[in-house]
Design a binder for this molecule. Structure first.
Ligand code: AMP
Length: 249
């Protein structure tokens, strides 16, 4: 079984995002970019399935600027087999990404597509679900455990107050939650080996997908500044202050 893993290049999760002065978005110039953390988990899960003999090939896909190639190389260094880079300078929305991924899925015929549950830049949490709808495939979102059994894939999901286990018929879509696994670091020899793994370059036009944004960002603002705290000398003063602030009755 082939596994397709879409990986997005996003602002590194350790970087404190700064809003552009014209409030049109977040500053990306000279900012460290990395693979979306949920996508690292998706790559790791695909590699583990391959190590267990449940998968034969892992294909990683990234859609975005030319530098997404680095994100693909990271996935190849972790253990993916080959990459597909779909280049565009347009900031793609989940529907456009899902349409491109649907075309790639038709061409590649994977048994599983494992995506992150959300990209930490747009926090959309939409692409996997839209892709499942476009392809008419089963979906197991927010997976905390994945087991392949023949042409069935059992996905355990964290739901309110417990765990839910679904049995999906392959081909299927999975989106990863934080607790699914802990991604490995690529070793130096594997980073070197990844340099010679193949990456095919395409454009959205090759797939006949119009990536023109359909949403307009009105403005992006910083969260309100937190006010400085105060120290109180007793529980009674604390309760008095909380009452003053209306935090308790
Ligand atoms: P989102 O719906 O934007 O929160 O993204 C959910 C998941 O879709 C991500 O974790 C990735 O697996 C995939 N994805 C979204 N955008 C891209 C992109 N531009 N390139 C590759 N994968 C993407």
């Amino acid at each position: 079984m082939k596994i397709l893993v879409p990986v997005k290049r996003v602002i590194d999760y350790n970087v404190k995002a700064r809003v552009k002065s014209d409030q049109s978005g977040v500053e990306l110039a000279n900012v460290k970019m990395s693979m979306n953390p949920f996508d690292e988990i998706a790559v790791e899960e695909a590699i583990r399935l391959k190590e267990k003999g449940a998968a034969t090939e892992i294909v990683v896909v990234s859609i975005g600027v030319q530098q997404c190639q680095e994100t693909l190389r990271t996935a190849l260094a972790m253990g993916a087999d080959r990459g597909i880079l779909v280049t565009t300078d347009v900031t793609t929305e989940p529907l456009a990404v899902a349409k491109i991924l649907a075309k790639i899925a038709e061409a590649e015929a994977p048994g599983l597509i494992i995506l992150g549950k959300q990209a930490i830049d747009d926090d959309a949490n939409q692409t996997g679900q839209m892709l499942a709808a476009l392809l008419g495939w089963a979906q197991g979102t927010f997976a905390s455990k994945v087991e392949v059994a023949g042409d069935k894939v059992n996905v355990t999901r964290e739901v309110d107050g417990g765990l839910e286990t679904l049995s999906l018929k392959a081909p299927a879509i999975i989106t990863t939650d934080l607790r699914l696994n802990e991604p490995r670091y690529a070793s130096l020899p594997n980073i070197m080996k990844a340099k010679s793994k193949p990456i095919e370059t395409k454009t959205p036009d090759d797939y006949g997908v119009d990536v023109t944004p359909r949403l307009k960002t009105l403005k992006v603002t910083e969260p309100p500044k937190r006010q400085a705290g105060i120290k109180v000398d007793s529980v009674d003063t604390l309760i008095g202050k909380l009452k003053e602030m209306g935090a308790i009755a």
